[in-house]
Design a protein around this ligand. Sequence first.
Ligand code: C6P
Length: 404
Amino acid sequence: MYNINDIRNDFPILSRNVYDKPLVYLDNAATTQKPLCVLDAMREEYLNVNANVHRGVHWMSQQATELHEQARETVRQFIHAAKTTEIVFTRGTTEGINLVASSFAEDFMKEGDEVIVTVMEHHSDIVPWQLQARRKGIVLKVIPMSDDGVLDLEAYQQLFTEKTKIVCATQVSNVLGTINPVKEIVRIAHEHGVPCLVDGAQSAPHFKVDVQDMDCDFFVFSGHKMYGPTGIGILYGKEDWLDKLPPYQGGGEMIDHVSFEHTTFERPPLKFEAGTPDYIASHGLAVAIDYMNKLGLEQIEAHERELTRYAMEQLSQIDGMKIYGPKEHHDAVVSFNVGNIHHMDMGTLLDRLGIAVRTGHHCAQPLMDRLGILGTVRASFALYNTKEEIDALVAGVKRVSKMF
Ligand code: C6P
């Protein structure tokens, strides 16, 4: 049963006040709050089983290693990957994309080669490729979208040339909420013989992901956006790609044998996990996934879709309201502006009412350029939000609008 009061009790931070007002936390796309079970599990591990992983013969090291490797299996099941060896622990989505961009460009791209990205990519799926563009002379091509934020798949097909080497697309836009047809995007990429990376930062927290069904070659997401700790994320890569890519960083754990003349590397995933991993955070992430699984991904999705629908319906009745993104296939973020009110003014005044939203370009400046705006106000929802909180947002936006 989806009992919202019980759920909210799992997140004590939601009951705090800011400026003597009850906190209304609607900045979940930036990061979610953490349930007690995640905090308790991490504290318990530090208190009782803390030891470095993959290194020690002693009992505690083996216990910690087991928790870390169990977490890999929990993640495998969560995204329905074929093998645990396809799950690489990273610091987050950003590091996952940097890893792929760096290693892929190193061995599989040369000057003049092209990478296709979408116009609604987060900076973390643009800048890593631009760094490679500077290093290797590769070129970015961009899938355009309609005014209401739907990707133009016809135009996408026209972008391919014999120099196209990889396609990168976000599954859900962190600004528009658009749910992109990634399965189709992957299919088209494969038709042209190139791999596809899917950014799952804003999808994995909200609905069931199946990397085998999607058939993507790489999939990345962050633990902190789905009730897990900061500093942990996942790169999923198909086995043959992870085998082919060169290492991203060098150091302990990722090697097979080292001499001053020559080093051989471990098999994936360890090949990409140089140094001591954040094994406490990997365990925390696994507990967060267990928490989501216990509530049920379908129930979480249904709850958040209803909140999103309600928010769009209520907000759209406000004078001067402009909501960005499509009406259909819209996930748990709502970006908007009201008349000429600057998004920063709106965000700052909402904050004084205890309402936490994000304002600005949301790390998607090329998308802002496409929309012809400097920024938006963005409310983003999680499994613990309520319609009453959306009522508070709507009342807040009306109150601020009246002041201008
Ligand atoms: N978006 C937001 O408020 P990291 O920072 O590595 O955990 O995630 C980066 C990232 C990548 N892709 C998408 C689609 C994202 O939304 C994000 C993070 C946050 O929208 C912070 S800018």
